[in-house]
Design a protein around this ligand. Structure first.
Ligand code: 3H9
Length: 713
């Protein structure tokens, strides 16, 4: 787990060995303790280098150990012993030095890093803080402002930035290990005075109180109820105000609180869920490990509206050539300008040149004849998309994959327009497509495993987290949103206000409440979807449609020209483009509406808002699992955390349900169904009942029960 050798005559080389990221498991920690002791005790050895095997220094503490009974030597005294060594110890950083990995490196006397390596303290993203001295040593090197920024966000940085911040001492294009060995020889006789980071003072600006006040305010605003970022600031405050030993004590206390918190467990579940979705399977039994993706070199994007532009940018940034097609010359020119601007701004942020040359613009669909894969992002109109698929099928080479960015339409229907339906899949991106990490890869009944594997692989190349989902109206994310939004409208009818509903959801941790979200995405967009479903009856405000309760409130707003942010009026008023303000007009409108329908407004508690909105969404999630549209609860949770602003520290809707208790979710759905028997989405799903009947097993056991349920169907 840590190999020891002597190189270059008198350098002790310690190599961490725990693939794939050399995480600091109990065995690795024991290996480090043993090999360090050996190196320090060997009179022939004058200096030591620590590195990781296979070009990766270390990905930090072994997260898999967190939920278990921890054994092996603890990190803090191990790193302390390295720092106190009387021979120079050099960290040779390749690949990554993250979390405990960087903390190990900070305990070394020198750090040499490869230019392509990344370093960071991402513990906060796991609901923790860097508790192996990271909160105390980093600010002593970088100063407080940089340490606050890095530790409270978990941002990973390039070694060029790390060099500027004094986190590393040298950056090399050559082997970091060879460079570190040479360097270790050169400093073998040098005094270690000033090289032990913990012995340095923590540089404090004169306005340190104001600095922490601002930092605390910033994390409280952006954390949306997450406790780890706040604890990170508190630990850094200790570094600024206490001697090192007391700071370490504070770090330990704060970590103890976080370590056992539900938030840390949820975030760690989320970490593994985001990796588990890559191991997809289809109802046919086809799986990720038996399906080979085809390499994609040339791509095309059809339709250069907001989504098409974002997808084009993402493809080009991933190094793929793109033919960007828009039928009319004027919008084509506008799109070209917008895409170039996005690429230039992206290049400024990431460094390097904008990949403008990878994109060819065309107003002619024939230009896509020899591409390997097309993503269509034209207007969400089924007739238009059907026609486009017929054209593409005739124009493209027969082996080309045809993908649609539809957010709800039937993939099988579109595939049936193509001569090769097995090459058709959905690639549902989320706006803004060049920023959002989520990609729903939608398989139709005839999509081949190769097509799914190719779309998943392309998503990965674009830096997305792909989730394979089945074909149904709205797929996973948008389908679950429907009962959630519907409950929001019903609550308004019964006496709530948009700001009250949104307040409860935002307090829960959503990035945006449902009415603010509706204003952002456009009330006209939702109206068009409902029109497509035959639900809209202009001018009418009948509260029953298609045999179930229906709220026409959204349709009535649409008829008033209140489309949301884009028209400055929606569920809120927008005097400047983004700031939502409660609108007295809307309150009057709601009062009139209730009076017209004989609805008495009642006082609605936040708890009811949460239970009705969230439990109906979760209930739909169970239906999705039961129907095999998603293979497991992790798939749904990843979609909600990455695509729908679900608070990360609550794991995702299905994880949340497992924490609240399935029996409680079931009871509350039954309770609300009794009060609203005309709302079918409150009818508990049979899978939920089955899980409760089998004793509410933990979430990792659901897949097995779901499989059994499906085989009974
Ligand atoms: C910490 O250090 C606490 C300390 O401060 C103090 C304690 C006192 N442990 O992401 P990938 C697995 S907290 C266990 O697909 P990539 C991962 O699950 C830790 N397993 O690869 C996956 O397994 P599988 C702070 C880990 O190349 C496989 O490795 N550190 C760990 O895209 C490949 O991962 C972090 O937060 C781990 N630490 O990205 C870093 N890391 O194949 C977390 C990875 O079975 N890790 N695995 O699905 C990462 O950010 C990325 O994994 C990394 C590689 C950038 C390293």
């Amino acid at each position: 787990m840590a190999q020891y050798s002597r190189v270059s005559g008198n350098v002790g080389l310690i190599t961490l060995q725990n693939p794939p990221v050399n995480a600091l498991s109990a065995a690795v920690r024991q290996g480090i303790v043993d090999t360090v002791k050996r190196a320090l005790g060997d009179p022939e050895v004058k200096s030591v280098v620590i590195c990781g095997q296979n070009g990766v220094f270390c990905g930090g503490a072994d997260i898999r150990e967190f939920g278990t009974h921890m054994t092996g030597p603890p990190l803090v005294p191990m790193i302390h012993a390295i720092e106190m060594a009387d021979k120079p110890v050099v960290a040779a950083i390749e690949g990554v030095a993250l979390g405990g990995g960087l903390e190990l490196a900070l305990g070394c006397h020198y750090r040499i890093a490869h230019t392509k390596a990344k370093v960071g303290l991402p513990e906060v993203t796991l609901g923790l803080l860097p508790a192996a001295g990271g909160t105390q040593r980093l600010p002593r090197l970088t100063g407080l402002p940089a340490a606050i920024a890095l530790i409270t966000t978990g941002r990973q940085i390039t070694t060029a930035e790390a060099l500027k911040l004094s986190i590393v001492d040298q950056v090399t294009d050559y082997s970091a290990v060879d460079t570190a060995v040479k360097f270790a020889k050169s400093v073998a006789e040098r005094s270690l005075d000033g090289r032990r980071v913990s012995e340095r003072p923590c540089p404090c600006p004169p306005d340190v109180d104001a600095l922490f006040e601002a930092a605390m305010q910033k994390v409280r605003q952006s954390a949306r109820g997450a406790i780890a970022p706040v604890a990170c600031v508190q630990a850094l405050q200790a570094a600024a105000t206490m001697p090192y030993a007391l700071g370490m004590q504070r770090e330990k206390e704060l970590m103890a609180t976080l370590f056992t918190s539900g938030q840390a467990r949820a975030l760690q579940y989320s970490f593994f869920a985001q990796r588990a979705v890559g191991r997809w399977s289809l109802p046919s039994g086809a799986r990720w490990d038996g399906s080979k993706p085809r390499p994609i070199r040339k791509t095309a994007v059809i339709g250069l509206g907001t989504m098409g532009r974002g997808i084009t940018v993402s493809l080009a940034q991933a190094g793929l050539s793109v033919i960007a097609v828009e039928a009319q010359e004027k919008p084509l020119k506008e799109a070209q300008q917008a895409i170039s601007g996005m690429l230039q701004r992206g290049a400024k942020r990431r460094g390097g040149a904008p990949p403008l040359d990878l994109i060819t613009y065309s107003a002619n669909l024939q230009a896509v004849a020899d591409v390997d894969l097309v993503i269509e992002a034209v207007f969400e109109d089924v007739a238009l998309k059907k026609q486009l698929f017929q054209h593409l099928s005739a124009i493209c080479k027969p082996e080309a994959f045809l993908c649609t960015n539809t957010s709800a339409l039937d993939i099988d229907l579109l595939a049936s327009q193509s001569r090769h339906p097995e090459l058709v899949v959905g690639m549902h991106f989320f706006a803004p497509a060049h920023v959002m990490k989520l990609l729903e890869v939608v398989h139709g009944s005839r999509s081949s495993p190769e097509a799914v594997a190719t779309a998943m692989n392309l998503g990965k190349q674009m830096g997305k987290v792909g989730v394979a989902v089945g074909n149904c109206h709205g797929f996973v994310g948008n389908r679950m949103l429907k009962p959630y939004l519907e409950q929001g409208l019903f609550l308004l009818e019964e006496g709530a206000t948009p700001e009250m509903v949104d307040g409860a959801l935002e307090e829960f941790g959503f990035a945006m409440g449902l009415f603010r979200m509706s204003d952002l995405s456009g009330i006209d967009v939702g109206w068009r979807v409902r029109k497509g479903e035959g639900l809209v009856q202009p001018g009418a405000s009948v509260r029953v449609r298609q045999g179930r309760r229906y709220s026409p409130l959204g349709d009535l707003l649409y008829e008033q020209g209140r489309f949301g942010q884009k028209t400055g009026r929606g569920w809120y008023r927008y005097d400047n483009r983004h700031e939502a303000k409660p609108d007295p007009w809307l309150n009057n409108f709601l009062e009139d509406y209730r009076a017209r329908h004989g609805l008495a407004a009642r006082r609605i508690e936040c708890q009811e808002v949460l239970e009705r909105c969230l439990y109906t969404l979760i209930n739909e999630g169970f239906r999705i699992l039961e129907e095999g549209i998603a293979a497991g609860p992790e798939d749904i949770d990843v979609i909600y955390v990455l695509g729908y602003g679900w608070p990360k520290h609550r794991g995702g809707p299905m994880y949340y349900a497992s924490m609240v208790g399935l029996i409680k979710v079931l009871e509350r759905l039954e309770h609300y169904l009794r009060a609203h028997p005309d709302v079918p989405s409150l009818q508990p799903c049979s899978l939920l009942r089955r899980l409760v009947a089998s004793g509410s097993p933990p979430i990792h056991k659901w897949r097995k029960i779901i499989k059994k349920t499906q085989s009974h169907l």
